[in-house]
Design a protein around this ligand. Structure first.
Ligand code: C5P
Length: 297
C-alpha cells in the first residue's frame, strides 16, 4: 500500500492478491473455516482519495473498473454494507470522530474475483483515515479493527510481498520472496461469492503443506505445483473454471489455478513479457478481461 499527500487529499494505492496455496483445515463453530493460505501482493491497484470534510458525513463515490476485455465489470454497491463505509463507520464510532470524509474509489481490481479487492479497499480506508483524522493508531490497533471487519483485510494493511495467513485468514506471517514472480490472470464471465464457495466445501480437513512453496520462494527457484482446496467446490458451482485453468496452463506453459474463492484463474509465467503476451492473446481470443501481473509491494 502506498499513501501520499496530494493537495488537501490523501491518496492511497492498494494492491490485489493472488493465493498460490490454500488449504482448508475445517469448519469452525462460528461458521468460518480455519485455513492456511500463501498470498502474494500483485501490481493491480485500486486507488482511494480521501478528502477531509468539516461536516460529520461519510461520502463514497466509486468509479467502476474499466474492463480489459469485453466483460462489463459489475457495479460496486455503495450502501452501508460496502466495506469501505463499514471501515470508516467503525473508526468514527469507536473513536468518537466528529470530522467527515469524501472518499473517491477508483476500482481496478475486479469484484467476486478472489483477488481481495474489497478487503484491500477496507485496509486502505483504515490506514488512510488513521492519518487524515489524526487518530494516531498503532499498527496493532489497526490489525484488531481489520480482523473485526473481514478475514483478508489484515494482509493488506502491510501488504507484504508474500505471507502465510492462518486462522480465518487474519493471522499474517510475512515471508521472503527472492525473485519477482510473473503471472497472467483471466476473469471468467461470472464472479463467485466467497460465502457460497465455502458453504460447498466438504470433506476431511486438508493436510497439504505449503512448506515446499515457501522453500522455493525463499530460494528464488521455480514454484512447485499450486494448490487450492476451494477449487473443487468452486468448480461445482461454475464448471467452466476447469476449462479456464487448463487453457491458461497451456497458454502460459506453467501451473494454473483459481485464486482464493474465485472466480479469477491465473497461471505462473516465465517473465513479464510472456505474461503480457498471454494476457493480450486471451483478451483477443476469448474477449475476457485478462491481466499480466507481477508480485509487488
Ligand atoms: O471474512 P469475509 O467477510 O471475507 O468472509 C466472507 C464469507 O466467507 C464469510 O461470511 C464466511 O461465510 C466465508 N468464510 C469462511 N471462512 C473463512 C473466510 C470466509 O467460511 N476463513
Amino acid at each position: 500500500m502506498r499513501i501520499r499527500r496530494q493537495g488537501p487529499s490523501l491518496v492511497v494505492d492498494t494492491p490485489a492478491k493472488l493465493n498460490l496455496f490454500l488449504e482448508v483445515h475445517g469448519r469452525r463453530p462460528d461458521g468460518y473455516h480455519d485455513i492456511e493460505t500463501v498470498m502474494v501482493s500483485v501490481d493491480l491497484y485500486d486507488t482511494l482519495r480521501f478528502t477531509l470534510l468539516r461536516e460529520p458525513m461519510l461520502q463514497l463515490s466509486v468509479l467502476p473498473a474499466v474492463s480489459r476485455g469485453a466483460v462489463p465489470q459489475p457495479q460496486i454497491p455503495v450502501g452501508n454494507d460496502n466495506l469501505v463505509l463499514r471501515a470508516a463507520t467503525l473508526l468514527r464510532e469507536r473513536f468518537g470522530v466528529h470530522k467527515g470524509v469524501r472518499i473517491e474509489l477508483q476500482k481496478r481490481i475486479p469484484a467476486q474475483a478472489g483477488m481481495g479487492g474489497g478487503s484491500s479497499d477496507a485496509a486502505a480506508t483504515l490506514a488512510g483515515l488513521n492519518r487524515l483524522w489524526d487518530l494516531g493508531l498503532a499498527s496493532q490497533e489497526l490489525h484488531s479493527l481489520a480482523a473485526t471487519l473481514g478475514s483478508d483485510i489484515n494482509f493488506f494493511l502491510d501488504s507484504p510481498l508474500l505471507a502465510v495467513c492462518r486462522g480465518r485468514g487474519e493471522a499474517i506471517e510475512p515471508h521472503l520472496l527472492q525473485t519477482r514472480l510473473s503471472f497472467v490472470a483471466v476473469q471468467p464471465e461470472r464472479g463467485l461469492s466467497t460465502a457460497a464457495v465455502f458453504r460447498r466445501w466438504e470433506g476431511a480437513p486438508g493436510k497439504t503443506s505449503c512448506e515446499p512453496l515457501l522453500a522455493a520462494a525463499r530460494a528464488g527457484s521455480s514454484l512447485p505445483a499450486l494448490y487450492n482446496a476451494l477449487q473443487p467446490p468452486a468448480e461445482s458451482l461454475y464448471p467452466e473454471l476447469k476449462t479456464w485453468c487448463q487453457a491458461l496452463s497451456s497458454a502460459a506453459a506453467g501451473p494454473a489455478l483459481m485464486t482464493g474463492s474465485g472466480s479469477v484463474c491465473f497461471a505462473v509465467c516465465r517473465n513479464p513479457r510472456q505474461a503480457a503476451r498471454t494476457a493480450a492473446w486471451i483478451r483477443q481470443r476469448f474477449r475476457l478481461s485478462a491481466w499480466p501481473l507481477s508480485s509487488s509491494v
